[in-house]
Design a protein around this ligand. Structure first.
Ligand code: ACO
Length: 345
């Protein structure tokens, strides 16, 4: 018997809350595959560099006529079918994205319209690659308190349109895609067991897309300066990602009285295989414990974790009762870790 079964799920004020579960997942990946060999024709890079430095072999790129909400809607439909919930039953839609359709209205509102989920209230959140875990925590609070019965959370990114295709240090790393999950307090004793979120805005300059906001409104200068593309100081981001994800994972496990040995599957943010190995070393978790798909999709920011979660579920990697640890790190900086007892299967 696992230790946490004796632990009560309580909020920090000691009040018992309703356990919230993931009752369905779905994902959508655009059809177009761009391999490392394709990128060798675009920038000064090699398949060998990309594979050895990151583990990425190919990524998906969305069509020109697809926006983040289109990718999100498809993943949402699949998650709702998996959860067997109708559009009318959705009370809340949260979309996590750094590539929203527009500055406003929110991408979540476009998704609501596409799904005809007219009973849902909707908003976007922006926590870069940690966005899906931030969304899960927010949705969990609404469901757990009883304010919301059914929440739909989505990570959706069309990063191909914010990549600087002249910058080999970033454009080879990212891909497009979306993943979604439906949350409910479904009477199971356990679902989401623990969650830790954090941020450090003092390091915001290391990973950003500066143009087009109120700091650098779109102008000839911002276009000339390529400020509308993602910029990253990769080596620094790498170091912080390893430290923050390791500590977040340890804290989230401690909060629900579990150790790394109790974890059946780790779903990390899929940025770089070397980051995953470095975290694994610090946590004492071998690579076999991780679900990894970054070789096929690259880094999809907020979509990485939900796509991996859905693939792990649909391929039978996750079994009912498994302890799943999700851990993320992204621009902001932001980070998070969530421990779940998998109730599907
Ligand atoms: N092909 C060939 N050479 C390259 C490429 C490329 N695509 N990109 C960089 N290089 C070169 C550099 O110019 C440099 O050359 P130099 O030594 O002559 O100056 C050399 O390779 C090493 O560059 P580094 O940046 O030091 O390489 P590093 O080993 O750090 O790998 C990487 C770079 C893959 C970006 C790594 O630092 C990383 O994964 N960082 C973290 C990314 C991440 O986790 N992001 C968080 C989430 S993203 C979000 O929130 C949106």
């Amino acid at each position: 018997m696992r230790k946490h079964r004796d632990a009560k799920i309580i909020n920090p004020r000691g009040i018992h809350v309703r356990p919230v579960s993931i009752i369905g997942t779905g994902c959508y990946l655009p059809e177009r595959v761009v391999t490392n060999a394709d990128l060798e024709k675009v920038v000064d890079t090699t398949n060998e560099w990309i594979v050895t430095r990151t583990g990425i072999r190919e990524r998906r790129v969305a069509r020109h006529d697809q926006a983040a909400s289109d990718l999100a809607t498809e993943a949402a439909r699949r998650a709702m079918a998996d959860a067997k919930v109708t559009a009318d039953e959705i009370d809340l839609i949260i979309v996590a994205s750094i590539t929203p359709d527009m500055v406003f209205p929110s991408t979540a509102c476009f998704v609501q319209h596409n799904l005809d989920a007219k009973n849902a209230f909707c908003f976007d959140i922006q926590a870069a690659c940690s966005g899906f875990l931030y969304s899960m925590e927010i949705a969990q609070q609404f469901v757990s308190s009883g304010k919301v019965k059914t929440a739909l959370i989505i990570g959706a990114e069309k990063l191909s349109c914010v990549l600087d295709w002249q910058d080999r240090s970033t454009c080879v790393l990212f891909g497009d895609g979306s993943g979604a999950a439906v949350l409910r307090a479904c009477g199971a004793k356990h679902g989401i067991l623990s969650s830790v979120l954090g941020a450090d805005g003092s390091l915001s300059g290391l990973l950003k897309l500066p143009g087009g906001g109120s700091r650098h409104p779109t102008s000839e200068e911002t276009l000339k300066g390529r400020l509308h593309f993602m910029q990253m100081t990769g080596r620094e981001v790498f170091k912080h990602a390893v430290t923050r994800m390791t500590h977040a994972a340890q804290d989230a496990l401690k909060n629900c009285n579990l150790s790394i040995e109790d974890v059946d599957c780790i779903i990390p943010h899929q940025a770089n295989l070397r980051i995953i190995d470095a975290i694994g070393e610090r946590l004492g978790a071998p690579r076999e414990k991780y679900f990894i798909n970054l070789d096929r999709y690259g880094n999809m920011s907020a979509a990485s974790i939900p796509v991996a979660l859905d693939e792990a579920s649909k391929t039978g990697r996750l079994k009912k009762g498994d302890i799943v640890l999700m851990v993320a790190f992204g621009g902001g900086f932001t980070w998070g870790a969530t421990v779940v007892e998998w109730i599907k299967g």
